[in-house]
Structures are given as structure tokens and as C-alpha cells.
Design a protein around this ligand. Structure first.
Ligand code: M6R
Length: 612
């Protein structure tokens, strides 16, 4: 949570910081602030409660704040309510040290206590103020410079942080430190940048450095130097980012979410192209050999939120095609359980950001047991990507909207590719089936495109239900996995209470919530389960529900039961989630817009959940 940026160079810092923060606003948007210093180290701090717009207004779009070195922050509150006082940057009493922080300092109370005894006082409720003042304390006590002071503070604090710090005595320089919270650094043409995520600096440089855990950096206009926790200089190589800068702009769409929904055919085609060569799946870049795949005893998929929903769909597909037992686990539960893993298990971690705290902690726990790990990740160089034994990158490009759409779709594709290849290598399918499954996968982008060309009916329907109190999604098998995602999309951006239920479970409790007019969305893409789910839809209809049915072309009998029917193109049933999810994404988006909400920045949420 929270986004941080930093800039030092020849140009005025404030407009550059605001521009970078705008790209990071998806990470938090309850308050924002910046600190800019001039060539003498004189620093001005400006903060505003609310969206970034408030800070832009307060600083006349940055023009009112002068200086070529600065740090900025957009906040998602953890410690202390959203307020100007709690907004970052935070400062030491005499402004010697000014910093922005993303993460959580777990022992901040203990640090505050220690510092109070040294005559420090605190003006905010934040954990960040504690680390700023701790750095200030070591800086003055040992008089050994910024790197030494920060390193001493790093040893003392527990928790996670991406920190950008300016010192009054070191004008033009920004010091950075990181543990378990994302941060990237770029330097080009006499200017240096830091940010929580790539889109914030993409228009300035494509060459980025990933600063490792418990490492520090010193940014100046001349370049960047990296240090380990002992203060020794370390060498780092930059990574070239291939996303283009336009990918992080709205490109004529009203919202990032709508743009990203429309980017799905391309994202899926790119992800397929990365692994399908001459009509065969080639996982050599992932590092999974045929021998590895033959030897797998069980697959455990660990993820959070929508990525977990991908795992739910993948479970059905892998078990059905490759006949390998699959368990799907919520990372936040998995990490605190006794997990009886075997040496020949493969644990798969799915994450768009590659920084989700629970997923990362679960990965580390599995690695400690020496079990083989595979990450399915979108953000290149993110912590999960770096720490897993093997990585399968999704090629969704930067995803800015908080509600995932294109990353979810590419994660699904990766799980299908794995399932089909596992099935082939393990002799569960023959050449003919293998080729037809791959051909079907390759046809998905075009089918997705067709769906996107016919969205007006969904828009009309969504507007009708914008004031609904509750909406239920029901389905069986893979359709239940689609329902989970449809329901999450709807509730997170429309604030309508919604639940996904395995259709057969309804009558074990949930059916009592059905009232006259309650919208129930039935998803029916699986031939064998079609009649069963229809029966469940009839049950709720007879209790007053209004029914939307989502199925594939050919299943026209659904119209006898549903009040409103949406069709998606036919495909192999294993791959149906890729098509069925699109009308559900569109429906959520249009409900949110009809309610006058901002679908890109739903309340209380942040894109990347780097805290527990
Ligand atoms: O970055 P991750 O895929 O690890 O994020 C996990 C969840 O926070 C995420 O999928 C979340 O549920 C979605 N943004 C919801 O649309």
C-alpha cells in the first residue's frame, strides 16, 4: 500500500513528483504529500488530505514549490486516520531528516518510547514518524552520515519498508532503503528517479534497478550507488522494462479499468505467444523440464483475491486434463498452517504484483522446506518473481485499475498452458487432443474481441441493477470459480453486497436471503452441469429472484428460465472462464459508473497489498 516517488536532477521536482504520484494513485489515495528541497537543502513540505487532486491544487500543479530534489507519497492509511497530519512526508523536529515510507514498522510503539526518553516528541499517529526520528537520532548521535544512520535504523526496526529520505545537509541527494516493500530506481541523462512501481518513471527511463531487501541506495543527479546493510558499496545491473509508456495512460478510455478490459485480447495473445512455438507449448524459459513435470506428485496453488480465483479455475482444469491432485489455498491462511508438503510437490504462487505480503510470506515458508516453487507473476523483477525457483511471466503489461481484469485473464491462460503441457508430458492426452487444445487456446483472443464489440446490452442491464442491495452468483464446477471472480469484481467497485455460491450449496442456507427481485446470476458453461444449475436457478426464481443467465452459444434453452441471457462464444469447456468473465467484468464496471463511483479507485482498497 502507499506509493512513493523521488526525483533529483536539473528540472523542478514538484511537477515530476505529481506526475509520478498520479501513476501510483492506485496504491492509495486517502492523502498525498511531497517535500522538495533547493540547492541549499532548504525544504518545503506540502500535504493534503484526499485524492492527489487536492495536493495538485494546493501546489498549483507543483509550480508553487521550488527545488530540483524531492520525494512524494500517496497514502493508504494503516496507522492513523487519513489526515494532513498523518500524511507523508514525515519530518524530524528540526527538518534535518524528511522521509516518505511504504510498509509497516511493526515495533513503532517501542521505538517511540525509546525516543521519548531522548526528548523526542511525536505529532502524528503514524509508524513512519517513528522511523524518521530514529534515523535522525542515529544521524546526530554517530555523526557518520546518512547511509550509516539509515543502516542503524534498519537493524532496529521490524516490519516492511520502502523508504526515501532527504537530509538537510546533503542537498540534491535522496537516500533509499528497502525491506519487503517494492521500490525501483532509474537514472538517465543527469537525473535519478525512484518509485514504488514502474509506471511512475516509465516516461523518463526504461532502465530500472531493483533494490534488494535490506539494501540502500544514494541517488544524485550524477547517478545511483547501492549499499548493503554494512554500508559497503554493492554493484547492481539494471533491467530493461519493455512496457511502453502509453500502456500506463488511459488512451482515450474513461477509466483504466475499461481500457484494461479492452486490452485483454492482446494481453492473452502476448502471453500465449510467449509459450507457444510452432504449435507446441515450450516452457524452457520458465525452466520447467519434462522430467520435472513427470515427477510432480501434487500441486498446491497459493494466492490471494482474484489470483486465488484463478487458482480455483486452474484446479478444475489441471485435475481434469493432467490428473494431478491440486489444492488451492488462500495465502493468508496457508502461511499460518501446518502444511504437510512432500518433496515431489510443486507449489504455485499466483500474483499480479508479485509483492502481495501474504503470498510472499507463504512462498518463503515453502522455500524453507525445500519444496519446488513456481511463480505466475505479472510484474517483472518483483519480490515473488525473484524469490521463486521458476517464474512464468504473464504479459499483461502494467495494470493500473485496482480491480484486476487483464492480469486475471493472463493468469488463467498460464494455468491452461501448464495444464495442457502437464497432460501431454504425463501421457494423459494424445497428440491430436494436444493440438486441438492449443488451437482452441490460440483462438481465445479473437473470441474475447468479439465479446467486447457487443457490450451495449450489458451496459443497459447494469444500469437497471445499479441500486440493487444484494446480488448472488451461482454456478457449479469451473462456473463456480467464474462466479467467485464475478462477485468480487462487482462488490469491490460497486459496493453492492454480493456472494458467489456453488449452486448446489444454496439450499444449505443462502437461499433464505432471496427476496422478490433479488438478482441471481447463473453461470452455465459446462454441458454436464447445465441441467443441475438450471434446477437451482428455478429454485431461486420460485422464491422471487430475477435471473440473469450466462452461457455459451448453443445453450438456448436457458432462455426458458432466465429473464436476461448473455451468450459467449463456444470454446473447449476448460477455457470457458476466459470468455465468461468478460461480461461479468463489464457488468461490474457499468454498475459502478451508473452509481457515479470511480471504478479505478474503489474505497478502502489498494492495488498492491504489501501489508498483512
Ligand atoms: O497482486 P496480487 O495478484 O497478488 O493481488 C492479489 C489480490 O489483492 C488481487 O487479486 C485483488 O483481489 C484484485 N485486485 C481484485 O480485483
Amino acid at each position: 500500500m502507499c506509493g512513493i516517488v523521488g526525483f533529483t536532477g536539473k528540472r523542478q521536482a514538484a511537477p515530476i513528483l505529481l506526475d509520478g504520484l498520479a501513476k501510483l494513485e492506485y496504491r492509495g489515495y486517502d492523502s498525498a504529500g511531497m517535500a522538495v528541497s533547493d540547492e541549499n537543502g532548504k525544504t518545503e513540505v506540502v500535504k493534503a488530505k484526499g485524492r492527489l487532486r487536492a495536493l495538485e491544487e494546493k501546489t498549483d500543479n507543483g509550480l508553487a514549490v521550488k527545488g530540483c530534489c524531492g520525494i512524494g507519497h500517496t497514502r493508504w492509511a494503516t496507522h492513523g486516520e487519513p489526515s494532513e497530519e498523518n500524511a507523508h512526508p514525515h519530518v524530524s523536529d528540526d527538518m534535518s531528516v524528511v522521509a516518505v515510507h511504504n510498509g509497516i514498522i511493526e515495533n513503532y510503539q517501542e521505538i517511540k518510547e525509546k525516543l521519548r526518553k531522548k526528548n523526542y516528541s511525536f505529532y502524528s499517529q503514524t509508524d513512519t514518524e517513528a522511523i524518521v526520528k530514529l534515523i535522525d537520532y542515529y544521524y546526530k548521535k554517530y555523526n557518520a552520515g546518512p547511509v550509516d544512520a539509515i543502516a542503524k535504523a534498519m537493524v532496529r526496526v521490524r516490519g516492511s519498508y520502502a523508504l526515501a529520505v532527504m537530509f538537510k545537509d546533503y542537498p540534491g541527494e535522496i537516500y533509499a532503503a528497502r525491506k519487503d516493500s517494492p521500490m525501483i530506481i532509474g537514472t538517465e541523462n543527469g537525473e535519478s528517479y525512484l518509485a514504488s512501481d514502474v509506471p511512475a518513471i516509465l516516461k523518463h527511463t526504461r532502465n530500472v534497478y531493483y533494490i534488494g531487501n535490506l539494501e540502500m541506495a544514494r541517488l544524485s543527479p550524477e547517478g545511483v550507488e547501492f549499499y548493503n546493510i554494512d554500508g559497503d558499496i554493492i554493484e547492481k545491473k539494471y533491467v530493461e522494462i519493455i512496457w511502453d509508456a502509453e500502456a500506463a495512460e488511459k488512451g482515450g478510455f474513461a477509466h483504466f479499468m475499461l481500457k484494461e478490459i479492452h486490452e485483454q485480447p492482446k494481453a492473452v495473445a502476448d502471453t500465449l505467444a510467449s509459450a507457444v512455438k510452432d504449435g507446441r507449448i515450450d516452457l524452457s524459459s520458465v525452466g520447467l523440464t519434462d522430467e520435472d513435470m513427470k515427477g510432480i506428485g501434487q500441486i498446491i496453488i497459493v494466492a490471494c483475491g482474484s489470483s486465488y480465483h484463478v487458482g480455483m479455475a486452474a484446479q478444475y482444469v489441471i485435475e481434469d486434463l493432467a490428473h494431478i491432485p491440486v489444492r488451492v489455498e488462500l495465502a493468508s491462511e496457508f502461511r499460518y498452517r501446518t502444511n504437510l508438503l512432500k518433496d515431489n510437490d510443486l507449489v504455485v504462487f499466483i500474483s499480479q504484483s508479485g509483492e502481495t505480503a501474504d503470498t510472499l510470506a507463504a512462498l518463503r515458508a515453502v522455500k524453507e522446506q525445500g519444496i519446488n516453487t513456481l511463480a505466475i507473476v505479472n510484474v517483472v523483477g518483483s519480490s515473488i518473481a525473484r524469490e521463486a525457483d521458476n517464474v512464468f511471466y504473464t504479459l499483461a503489461g502494467p495494470e493500473i485499475a485496482v480491480a484486476t481484469t487483464k492480469a486475471y485473464s493472463t493468469q488463467l491462460i498460464v494455468s491452461y498452458l501448464l495444464a495442457v503441457q502437464l497432460a501431454m508430458v504425463r501421457g494423459e492426452i494424445d497428440e491430436e487432443r494436444y493440438s486441438s487444445l492449443i488451437a482452441e487456446l490460440m483462438s481465445l483472443p479473437e473470441k474475447m474481441q468479439k465479446l467486447l464489440e457487443n457490450k451495449e446490452r450489458i451496459q443497459w442491464f447494469a444500469a437497471k441493477f445499479a441500486n440493487a442491495k444484494d446480488i448472488f452468483f451461482i454456478g457449479r464446477g469451473i462456473d463456480y470459480a467464474i462466479c467467485l471472480e464475478g462477485s468480487l469484481k462487482l462488490k469491490e467497485i460497486s459496493y453492492i453486497h454480493s456472494e458467489a455460491y456453488a449452486a448446489g450449496e444454496l439450499k444449505h442456507g443462502t437461499i433464505s436471503l432471496i427476496e422478490e427481485g433479488t438478482l441471481v446470476v447463473g453461470v452455465l458453461t459446462q454441458k454436464e452441469l447445465f441441467e443441475k444449475t438450471i434446477s437451482n436457478m428455478v429454485e431461486v426464481k420460485s422464491r422471487g429472484a430475477y435471473l440473469m443467465g450466462l452461457t455459451t452459444y448453443g445453450h438456448y434453452s436457458l432462455e426458458d428460465t432466465a429473464d436476461f441471457t448473455v451468450y459467449v462464444p463456444q470454446t473447449d469447456e476448460h477455457f470457458a472462464p476466459s470468455l465468461a468473465v468478460i461480461p461479468l467484468q463489464l457488468m461490474s464496471y457499468y454498475v459502478s459508473v451508473a452509481k457515479g463511483l470511480d471504478p479505478d479507485k474503489p474505497r478502502n482498497l489498494a492495488k498492491s497489498v504489501t501489508v498483512e
